[in-house]
Design a protein around this ligand. Structure first.
Ligand code: FAD
Ligand code: SIN
Length: 511
């Protein structure tokens, strides 16, 4: 049993920024971060475009950013939350800069602001096309300087410890020793990120398997808006399922690139007056339609007319990646295809990041704050995580957690020696699950396919439950269990939604 005051599950922007603040506020308290891979592995690390923040009120304004967010969310955003998050942006950016994160400047020496789909102004603060990596570096560096923070990497959180709707910590598997440890905590934060690997094609790294949402669901926390999956329009098309797709940032279109069909047609102008810079849901849905019409495997991003020197300065990673697979962006169009990118829904939290379970909080991509509604505006995710980790910290600074009576609540995980399960079978079901989600719960859905998927998911859920009872637990098995639970939530909430909004499109089933 490992006692700690603050247990944080996940080491992306949400978990780490909260840890820094709470550790400073309560230097005598113990802050423990558990994370299932290396400490720097997260969706955060791969963020390219940047953080949407109103930094210069001469051309831009909070009101414009608020309106863009509301339009993008297609009527389902919580307006108070939108206002709160957007107006707090500049303070959170200042903090990141104080922690050592570097953002690109223009020739005038002010922040260089990029543009992405759905934004009416240039407002995306960035570090070349590696904004996430720079943020992750700076905040991990801060974390390493705090004596009261321990970072335990390669610890996989299995389940929350709850009783009478109150959380007392979590069980976690030490992936190196296979021991299951009991972390007993006054406060628990789920900061476990997204769900990308539920779909065969995703921009997310392999850690994104929805673990935190599945744990919260098993603990009976409220989960909402799971039907709003965001597909990014421009993942590099390389024709390989099951692994992460490389992202071609939307900022490339903000920089002037055009989408074209194989025949060269700039099709986005047929769908939306904003053309290539329409919001992500519209661009992905339009590409999906074009591909269904033409039977082609991908569409293309044309950068051939752009200034090469400026392009390589802004997007060095994208340039190198294209070059490494033989694409010369001055001559060749980049093949792109939509891929799962982000989950707009998740664990329901209030404005202080509190879930419906006492002493359990959630932050970042695993949470559902109401900011994104039916479709997230580009580069609003890092912003949301920064603002909410601060809100949770501020709440706790004024309302320290008082622990409920612990007698008999927290007991160790029952260890029984069991045989190992055949890992090939786990990989097989995982591949089938990814295909099922792509085919039956993708960009355009229908009830008949969703119902078939639901039946299959229930079957797998029962099967995996039996396996987890009778065989030794490991990360792959538990990730699969979690992914099946998330698949069920997406499918069930898609069945329940009868109105198309933002990133959600359901057509009448063909009988
Ligand atoms: P993450 O950064 O994903 O961190 C989750 C952490 O939880 C990881 O450390 C993981 O290992 C850990 N974890 C998960 N499950 C467990 C478990 N069971 N036990 C222990 N640890 C666990 N957003 C923007 O705003 N701007 C952008 O430019 C942008 N670009 C993006 C580009 C790409 C390619 C991707 C994939 C996303 C992008 N996003 C962008 C989205 C944004 O990066 C993420 O939504 C955000 O970083 C999520 O932060 P987080 O802290 O919630 O989760
Ligand atoms: C991108 O750079 O296109 C991703 C931005 C985001 O997901 O917000």
């Amino acid at each position: 049993m490992i006692p700690t005051n603050y247990l944080i599950i996940g080491s992306g922007v949400a978990g780490l920024t909260f840890a820094i603040k709470i550790a400073d506020q309560f230097p005598d308290k113990k802050v423990t971060i558990i994370t299932k891979s290396n400490a720097d592995e997260s969706n955060t690390k791969y963020a390219q475009g940047g953080i949407a923040i109103v930094t210069d009120e001469t051309g831009d304004s909070y009101q414009k950013h608020i309106e863009d967010t509301l339009i993008c969310g297609d009527g389902l955003c919580d307006e108070d939350v939108v206002k709160m998050v957007i107006t707090e942006g500049p303070k959170r950016l200042k903090e990141l800069i104080e922690w050592g994160a570097k953002f690109d400047k223009n020739v005038k020496g002010t922040l260089d602001l990029g543009k992405e789909g759905g934004h009416s102004e240039n407002r995306v603060v960035h570090h070349k096309d590696q904004t996430g990596q720079e943020i992750q570096r700076a905040i991990l560096d801060q974390v390493s300087q705090k004596e009261n923070i321990s970072v335990l990497d390669h610890y996989f959180a299995l389940d929350l410890i709850t009783k009478n709707n109150c959380c007392y910590g979590a069980y976690a598997l030490n992936e190196e020793t296979n021991e299951i440890l009991t972390f007993q905590s006054d406060f628990t934060l789920l900061a476990t990120g997204g769900i990308g690997h539920l779909y065969g094609h995703t921009t997310n790294p392999i850690i994104a398997t929805g673990d935190g949402i599945a744990m919260a669901y098993r603990a009976h926390a409220a989960i909402k808006d799971m039907e709003f999956i965001q597909f990014h329009p421009t993942a590099l098309y390389e024709n390989k399922a099951g692994s992460s797709s490389f992202l071609i940032s939307e900022a490339v279109r903000g920089f002037g690139a055009y989408l074209r069909t194989k025949n060269g047609h700039r099709f986005m102008l047929d769908y939306d007056s904003r053309g290539d810079l329409a919001s992500r849901d519209i661009v992905s849905q339009s590409i999906d339609l074009e591909l269904k019409k033409s039977g082609d495997e991908c569409v293309y991003l044309d950068c051939t007319h752009l200034d090469l020197e400026a392009f390589t300065t802004h997007f060095p990673m994208i340039y190198k990646r294209c070059q490494s697979i033989g694409i010369d962006i001055t001559k060749d169009w980049i093949p792109v295809v939509p891929a799962q990118h982000y989950l707009c829904g998740g664990i329901v939290v209030d404005k202080n990041g509190k879930t419906s379970v006492k002493n359990l909080f959630a932050c970042g991509e695993c949470s559902r704050t109401g900011l994104h509604g039916a479709n997230r505006l580009a580069s609003n995710s890092l912003l949301e995580a920064l603002v909410y980790s601060d809100k949770i910290y501020a709440y706790l600074a004024h309302n320290p957690i008082t622990m409920n009576e612990l007698n008999g609540v927290v007991s160790d995980w029952k260890i029984v020696t069991k045989p190992a399960f055949d890992s090939r079978y786990i990989s097989e079901i995982k591949a089938k699950l990814q295909l099922l989600m792509r085919q039956n719960a993708g960009i355009v859905r229908n009830d008949a396919d969703l119902l078939k998927a639901k039946e299959q998911l229930i079957h797998w859920e029962n099967e995996i439950d039996e396996i987890t009872k009778n065989y030794q637990i490991n990360t792959d098995l538990y990730e699969l269990k979690n992914m099946i639970a998330i698949g069920y939530l997406i499918v069930q909430q898609s069945i329940e939604r009868n109105e198309n909004r933002g990133g959600f499109v359901k057509l009448a089933s063909i009988k």
